[in-house]
Write a protein that binds this ligand. Structure first.
Ligand SMILES: [Mg+2]
Ligand SMILES: [Zn+2]
Length: 203
C-alpha cells in the first residue's frame, strides 16, 4: 500500500449529470475538471473513477456501452496528458428490472466495494487518499473505506440553493484547496497552472 488515490465520482463531478449518461456524445466535462485531474495526477494521486451506474440494472444501457464510454473517456484524457488508473463502476440496483443486476451488492455507493477493489488492485494507501463526490453517498463510501479525506461538491459545479451546502462548488475548486493552489476564477488569464491548449471546447 503505497500510492494515494484521488477517487472521483463521475456524473456531476467529471461530467455534467444529464441523467444516465452512457454515450460519448452526451458526455460533457464540468468546466475545469480535466485540468483538475491533471493537477491531482501531477501531485502523485492515482486517478480512480468510482461510479454507480444503475442504468444497467434498469435496462437503459449495457455494460458494453458503459465500457466503450470508459474507453472513450480514457482516450480523450490520454490525449490531454491525463492517465486514469482505473474506472470502477457498479451496475447493480436491488429490485431493478434486469434480474441479473437486481442484487444487493457490496459496490453500490454508499457501500465501499469499488474503493476497496481498486485499493487492492492498485496497492493504494487509503488513509492518504482523497475522494470527490456530489452526493452524501459518495462521502459515506469514502468514510466506510477509510479514505482519509473527502470533498462534497455541487453537482455539475453549480450551486443549488435548495440542496446541501457543498465543501466546494467544482472539482477544480476542491483541488485548489487540497493542493494549496491560489484560488482563481475559471478561465482566468492569471492561471498559474501549466498551459493547457486545444481541449477547452470539450472541457
Ligand atoms: Mg454524482
Ligand atoms: Zn454493485
Amino acid at each position: 500500500m503505497t500510492r494515494p488515490a484521488a477517487f472521483l465520482d463521475r456524473d456531476g463531478v467529471i461530467n455534467l449529470d444529464r441523467g444516465y449518461v452512457h454515450r460519448w456524445e452526451d458526455f460533457e466535462f464540468v468546466p475545469g475538471a480535466v485540468d483538475a485531474m491533471r493537477r491531482l495526477e501531477a501531485a502523485g494521486y492515482a486517478l480512480v473513477v468510482v461510479t454507480n451506474q444503475s442504468g444497467v440494472a434498469r435496462g437503459l444501457y449495457g455494460e458494453r456501452e458503459l465500457e466503450l464510454l470508459g474507453e472513450q473517456l480514457r482516450a480523450h484524457l490520454a490525449d490531454a496528458g491525463v492517465h486514469l488508473a482505473a474506472i470502477e463502476y457498479c451496475p447493480h440496483l436491488p429490485q431493478a428490472s434486469v434480474a441479473a443486476y437486481a442484487v444487493a451488492c457490496d459496490c453500490r455507493k454508499p457501500a465501499p466495494g469499488m474503493i476497496l477493489r481498486a485499493a487492492r488492485a492498485l496497492q493504494l494507501d487509503l488513509a492518504r487518499s482523497v475522494l470527490f463526490g456530489d452526493k452524501q453517498s459518495d462521502i459515506e463510501a469514502a468514510r466506510r473505506a477509510g479514505v482519509g479525506r473527502s470533498f462534497l461538491l455541487a453537482t455539475d459545479g453549480v450551486a443549488d440553493p435548495t440542496g446541501e451546502r457543498p465543501d466546494h462548488l467544482a472539482l477544480a475548486d476542491a483541488v485548489d484547496a487540497l493542493l494549496g493552489g491560489t484560488a482563481r476564477p475559471h478561465g482566468s488569464a492569471a492561471n498559474a497552472a501549466p498551459a493547457f491548449d486545444g481541449l477547452s471546447s470539450r472541457e
